[in-house]
Design a protein around this ligand. Structure first.
Ligand code: C2E
Ligand code: MG
Ligand code: MG
Length: 638
């Protein structure tokens, strides 16, 4: 009996170290020595016990056991703090495991499936209670065996690939099945059989809640390098939103998104809401094997355009402008090809918006081409030089007289900026002002113009006290909070009579933010500056918007000035504006008068003032000073 009991004890002494040995392979460095000494201690106790059971008393073995025991005691005592720290780390890990917002799951490879070993509450929630420890993953969630967008292999294969390579991998995919949505999953193999995953649903992050399309963030993910990009912008959408309400606006956006989604699906591409009323359609390169089966990018754009023109919600329709780019784009310095493609398409879109010659649908589509590439390159060059502060040394102001058409007397002038660049030669303001507007440099330029024009006006007011000078202001300035302060400061500093100083503003863009403009205009009026509408007739806002605010002067664009009396339409327009001016009391200036018969015609239509080559081209300040001193009359007697 005693022998049997002794045998049982001895067996346990040997089995315990055997079970501990595999732990030694995987355990943390901090506990490894403790574990080793404990194993050795139990083992040597086993040997000691066996020897005494066999009545083979060995003093040597007792010393060995004693040595091991004391070594274990010393190591255990010295590692107390570390062990406690380890314990705390474990409870911390336990807590983060339990309370994590991301799903965490530990799986083991079993044949062609994964067995769930452990999963945290978040994982249970994300997988909607489908998984329990012990479950086979693909059995419970069979979609794992299918391809999920955007990958071309089943998810489970991606997991196995991570296990085989031993490398962690970040996966982002659309899972449609037992659960639906977009998920981000970090898979980290712990051993060739053990896979640890951290996953979370990202549907809301890369999807636009209103339309359900992707949002811009998807572009950062670079899921694929797309070959074709259609950049779309709904036309005058803000107007619809303002006039018919946001609810209808939203419905129209959703309808447009549906059209885009359908097209994206039929070409294996994606549709993205870029923000507001801007959308992107990104498509892969046509199948190299049968390119003729795939329509050209322009043909696709035309289809999209036609489908969008067909949209009707509560009687409201929309139209869209589309920029198209495809293939490799070289014009931009961006490193990622996808960003270059996007920029090219966006540039083409801006061109489509700018160039719309008519309401014909084909004028709403602009394809990125070499001319655009050249123009873009030119813009980049201009921008690079304009950015340098030294460009200000190359600016100067030309002044074009504004005359009383009856007498030819100079009543004022318009300051027009000139840029004689050392590197680029003379650059027209029509070319560089739009670039400056796009880059925000226009604020600096405007300030430069203000300072110099005011200084000049102060001098001219001494020669001709009634002389008016005006400067051109980009509509963007009126949205800039500092602008009004700057004008005030400059005008006061120059010591001029302020109602002889004019601000010319084009209607272009006014509608974008009408209230803001009206408020800024009112502040300019409060400074008793002279407010002028420039290039009247060329903008989109029309009379109604414009008349909400009383301007002092309207400059009718050269385009509307008839060349002769047979120009019936233009004559009618000019007459209508003249009639209006009598009712609302604003002065009229006819722009671009080049011939005497134009002048006479405009005089007949009750236009008193004119500006144009007939009177004078823009000139230097010095030349205009001379004319003022002589009291010369221009364009008369010709
Ligand atoms: P704008 O304000 O309408 O200026 C009139 C433009 O028409 C000037 O061109 C002028 O030289 C030109 N012009 C005047 N009379 C005639 C004519 O009889 N026939 C023809 N064919 N053209 C005539 P410019 O100086 O090239 O300026 C172009 C535009 O650039 C200006 O149009 C204005 O919008 C903008 N701009 C000029 N200077 C400035 C500035 O200092 N600031 C801002 N923001 N814009 C400026
Ligand atoms: Mg002007
Ligand atoms: Mg003008």
């Amino acid at each position: 009996m005693e022998i049997a009991a002794n045998g049982a004890i001895a067996a346990a002494y040997f089995i315990i170290p055997l079970t501990l040995l595999p732990l030694l392979r995987t355990t943390q460095r901090e506990v490894w020595l403790n574990l080793l000494l404990a194993t050795m201690f139990i083992f040597s106790c086993g040997v000691g016990h066996t020897l005494s059971a066999m009545h083979l008393h060995s003093a040597l073995w007792h010393w060995v056991t004693a040595g091991i025991s004391w070594a274990a005691v010393v190591v255990l005592l010295s590692s107390q703090t570390r062990l406690r720290y380890l314990g705390e780390t474990f409870s911390l890990l336990e807590a983060t495991w339990e309370q994590a917002l991301t799903g965490k799951m530990l799986c083991e490879r079993l044949g062609d499936d994964l067995k769930v070993l452990k999963l945290n509450p978040a994982a249970t929630e994300i997988t909607q209670n489908l998984l329990r420890p012990g479950d086979r993953l693909c059995e419970k969630m069979p979609i794992h065996r299918q391809q999920v967008y955007p990958y071309e292999v089943p998810l489970i294969d991606l997991y196995f690939a991570a296990l085989d390579s031993g490398e962690p991998n970040r996966l982002e995919y659309q899972y449609k099945g037992e659960i639906s949505g977009w998920y981000m999953n970090l898979v980290a193999p712990l051993s060739p059989k053990l896979l640890f995953m951290t996953f979370t649903e990202v549907s809301g992050v890369i999807h636009d809640p209103l339309t359900g399309l992707y949002n811009r963030r998807v572009l950062e993910m670079e899921l694929e390098n797309w070959d074709i990009c259609l950049f779309l912008d709904l036309d005058r959408f803000k107007l619809i939103n303002d006039q018919r309400g946001h609810f209808l606006g939203d419905e129209l956006l959703k309808a447009a998104a549906e059209v885009l989604q359908a097209h994206a699906q039929s070409y294996d591409g994606i549709a993205v809401r870029n923000g507001g009323d801007e959308f992107l359609l990104l498509l892969p390169a046509p199948d190299a094997a049968s390119p003729e089966a795939c329509p050209t990018p322009v043909a696709i754009a035309e289809d999209v355009l036609n489908d969008i023109l067909d949209i009707e919600v509560e009687g409201a329709t929309i139209s869209v402008s589309i920029g198209v780019a495809s293939g490799a784009i070289e014009a931009f310095q961006e490193d990622a090809p996808i960003n270059r493609l996007l920029q090219a398409a966006e540039t083409a879109l801006r061109e489509a918006k700018r160039n719309r010659r008519s309401n014909l649908p084909q004028h709403r589509i602009q394809v990125w081409n070499s001319a655009l590439a050249r123009r873009r390159l030119r813009q980049i060059t201009l921008e690079a030089y304009l950015v340098q502060r030294s460009s200000e040394l190359e600016f100067w102001l030309a002044y074009q007289p504004i005359c009383c058409m009856q007498t030819g007397a100079i009543v004022g002038a318009e300051a027009l900026i000139r840029w004689d660049s050392a590197q680029l030669g003379r650059v027209s303001p029509s070319e560089f002002i739009p670039v400056a507007e796009e880059t925000g440099l226009v604020h600096r330029i405007s300030d430069w113009v203000l300072c110099h024009a005011l200084e000049q006006l102060a001098q001219w007011q001494e020669i001709a006290p009634q002389f008016n000078l005006s400067v051109n202001i980009s509509p963007l300035e009126l949205e800039d909070d500092d602008f009004l302060d700057r004008v005030m400061q400059r005008v006061v500093g120059a010591g001029i009579v302020s109602h002889h100083f004019g601000i010319e503003i084009t209607e272009r863009g006014i509608y974008n933010n009408l209230e803001r403009y009206l408020q800024s205009l009112q502040e300019l009026r409060d400074m008793s500056l002279r407010l002028k509408v420039d290039d009247f007739g060329m903008g989109q806002s029309g009379l109604a918007q414009l008349l909400q605010f009383r301007f002092d002067e309207v400059k009718v664009d050269r385009y509307f000035i008839p060349t002769n009396a047979q120009n019936l339409e233009k004559v009618a327009i000019c007459r209508a504006i003249a009639n209006l001016s009598e009712g609302i009391h604003f002065d009229l200036v006819a722009e671009g008068i080049e011939h005497t018969d134009q002048r006479d015609l405009m005089l007949g239509l009750n236009y008193n003032y004119g500006q144009g080559y007939l009177f004078s081209r823009p000139m230097t300040a010095q030349n205009l000073t001379a004319l003022l001193q002589e009291g010369r009359e221009l364009g008369v007697g010709g």
